[in-house]
Design a protein around this ligand. Structure first.
Ligand code: GLA
Length: 304
């Protein structure tokens, strides 16, 4: 399945957002991510040892680990990306999935996502769930993915054109290996009451969010995002004062339906949903870098 000739290969995979369903993927919960229109492109060819040249820096451990998962021989890899590390769009998942797409383009998308998850766990020592890699592999343009992380069953949920996805950088960047991510995971697995309260309430919010999308009750989406933030802040304890301040600022902007911390937390980025047409005033009011995204196809989506 992997390339054995000296030919140059190419792979491309998108970043992702998570609309709702945070810190539940590694517990077998349901999540609602979407692939977005920021991409990592890789080209590679067989070499004596693994090497990476990247316009966003780093990546060697990641490509070596996904190469091992795929049983590939060493490659010399060139990376160009508009998924900046620390932007909250899962640059690591985009890198891993782009390499998998390049080296093993016929692979089943679910199997590719699982291989990328294992590679990320090995490269970082962080026991991440499968959400980010799954979204980058199997997201669909115009849609979010409702993914059951216990079974990997998923279905697409149409995402309305009239709502804009904004990702805002808090400026607090952290490598997950230096955060209590693994600790939160263990506490939740052990059933610690506050952590469990977040997980149970968050899963209910994912279902309510999907119902709201599917019944056109977009007025309900923002409240669910805001409740998710409060739960991640108070019960799962993955927010920071800086991030809380940024979320509260987003909440007060005209045309902002709702906002919350996104991804692993401990700094990083927030997601806000905006009424289309209100983007410009939102961006200038926030005073931080804002990435406005549209949904996109995942690297393995068209084969799925
Ligand atoms: C990171 C991990 C995901 C998920 C989120 C929190 O992005 O890579 O698997 O656990 O944190 O929802």
């Amino acid at each position: 399945m992997t390339h054995s000739t000296g030919a140059i290969w190419h792979g491309r995979a998108p970043g992702r957002v998570n609309l709702i369903g945070e810190h539940v993927d590694y517990l077998g919960g349901v999540v609602l991510p979407a692939a977005v229109d920021r991409f990592t492109d890789v080209t590679g060819q067989p070499a004596d040892k693994w090497s990476v040249r990247s316009d966003i820096g780093g990546g060697l451990d990641y490509v070596r680990c996904i190469g091992d998962e795929l049983g590939a021989s060493p490659q010399s890899i060139n990376v160009t990306s508009d998924v900046p590390p620390g932007s909250g769009l899962s640059s690591s998942a985009a890198l891993l999935v782009s390499v998998a797409a390049g080296l093993a383009s016929n692979m089943d998308g679910k199997a590719a996502a699982l291989a990328c998850q294992r590679a990320e766990q090995k490269a970082t020592g962080v026991h991440v769930g499968v959400m980010d890699q799954f979204a980058s592999a199997l997201g669909r343009r115009g849609h979010a993915l409702l993914l059951d992380c216990a079974t990997l069953d998923y279905r697409t949920v149409p995402f309305p054109h009239e709502i804009v996805i904004a990702v805002i950088d808090s400026g607090e960047h952290r490598s997950l290996a230096h955060t209590p991510y693994n600790q939160r995971r263990s506490e939740a697995e052990a059933g610690m009451p506050k952590r469990k309260r977040h997980v149970d309430s968050e899963i209910a919010r994912v279902h309510a969010f999907v119902d709201a999308l599917e019944s056109g009750r977009f007025d309900r989406l923002g409240g669910l995002l805001n409740e998710s933030h409060v739960s991640l802040r108070d019960d799962f304890e993955v927010s920071t004062p800086t991030v809380d301040g940024l979320v509260e600022k987003a909440w007060s902007q005209p045309g902002c339906l709702g906002a919350r911390i996104m991804g692993a937390g401990f700094g990083g980025s927030i997601i806000a949903l905006l009424e289309r047409g209100k983007e410009d005033t939102f961006v200038s009011a926030m005073g931080r870098p804002v990435i406005l995204c549209a949904t996109a196809d995942g690297a393995f989506a068209t084969a799925a």
